[in-house]
Design a protein around this ligand. Sequence first.
Ligand code: DOR
Ligand code: ZN
Ligand code: ZN
Length: 426
Amino acid sequence: MDIVLIKNGFVVDPMTNTKKKLDILIENGKITKIEENIKPFPSAKLIDATDCIVSPSFVDIHVHFRDPGQTYKEDIYTGSLAAVAGGYTTVVCMPNTQPALDEPSLIRYVIEKGEEVGLCRVLPAAAITKGRKGKELTEMALLKDAGAVYFTDDGSPVENSHIMRVAMEYAGSLGSFVADHCEDLNLSKDGVANEGEISASLGLPPLPPEAEDVMVARDCILALNTGMPVHICHVSTKTAVETIVWAKALGAHVTAEVTPHHLYLTDEEWLDFSCNAKVSPPLRTHEDIEALRWALASGIIDFIATDHAPHAHHEKLLEHQHCPPGMIGLQFALPITLELVRKDYFDIKRAIEVLSTKPAEKIGLKPPSISVGEEAEITIFNPSEEWEVNEESIKSKSKNTPLLNRKLIGKVKYTFYKGKIVYEDK
Ligand code: DOR
Ligand code: ZN
Ligand code: ZN
């Protein structure tokens, strides 16, 4: 028998409303005992979780694993390595691959490859429109049957409001939902950095916040009028937050996610002119960050999603107009969320809720929980351990992040998936 005893950890589980020092016994992958003091015994592998928090593992409904087609940036294996190193055991891959995930066979490919790798649950989102071209709806019912967990053209918005309206209705009637990368391309044009003092002083092509705001407003109105759900990807502006407040108050079925980078970094990251600061939507201002943090604390923003977007080194060296937007995020969500706990925006229970429980619920997955009878799907992390972001600590194939060479506080020590240790910090 395979036995693991996790001792002296502080268990935080929003599902069981637990915030307490407890020992956990795992036998053949299943949690069999949770008690204040379980005595160690020779046949049990002992994990000393002193100073650590033991929580249900995390769920990220928005990652780019670039498979198929751009596996020089990331693939399902390296993406899974980054996920479990970040404490995640479920990820949803975006369909902006090459080809786009717009056919059932491609949906099955991602699921099967994820299972073959076996480190975590890799689920696909399918495209809303064929080839993500914004013209013709995909066969949503077939894609859902093949295993797509929701629909999005992420990387691009659905520009045509009629198509978006029909997509919302169709996905909603299937018991699924659409998620939108909110961007009015006529407003964002060739913009690179958030329009404001920084873009002006550095002479970078400005990207006005309204490019996001008007699309968020449109989607909220469509959701309100159709009665169907819409999920807003990577909310980044104060006005978008205010619009979601309004839509939710009117009863629209709107949910929203925020990324670790939009919660933590501003457009000041452009000051060294590195394209590691380029992301879509762009990094905003301190005022926006403050609004996003309070929105996450209050539930206006439902949860965190990383929008983990790997790009190769040579691509990020291109001039700012030509370099692709995006930054990696899977290993930074936990430390950035813990920073907000330390700054008193919310407590540790809410932190685990926005990293695990809420995103799981959104995709209809039973949220992982530390309960007797459950398979262990557990993350153990030290909330006060400092580590440096560098080529070695980053497990993703790509290293594109403005956080390179900076220190973060909060380190994943172990990740359990389906009862087994899939990551151990060594
Ligand atoms: O910054 C971004 N990168 N935003 C997106 O919507 C797409 C993503 C990517 O695929 O690189
Ligand atoms: Zn996007
Ligand atoms: Zn994305």
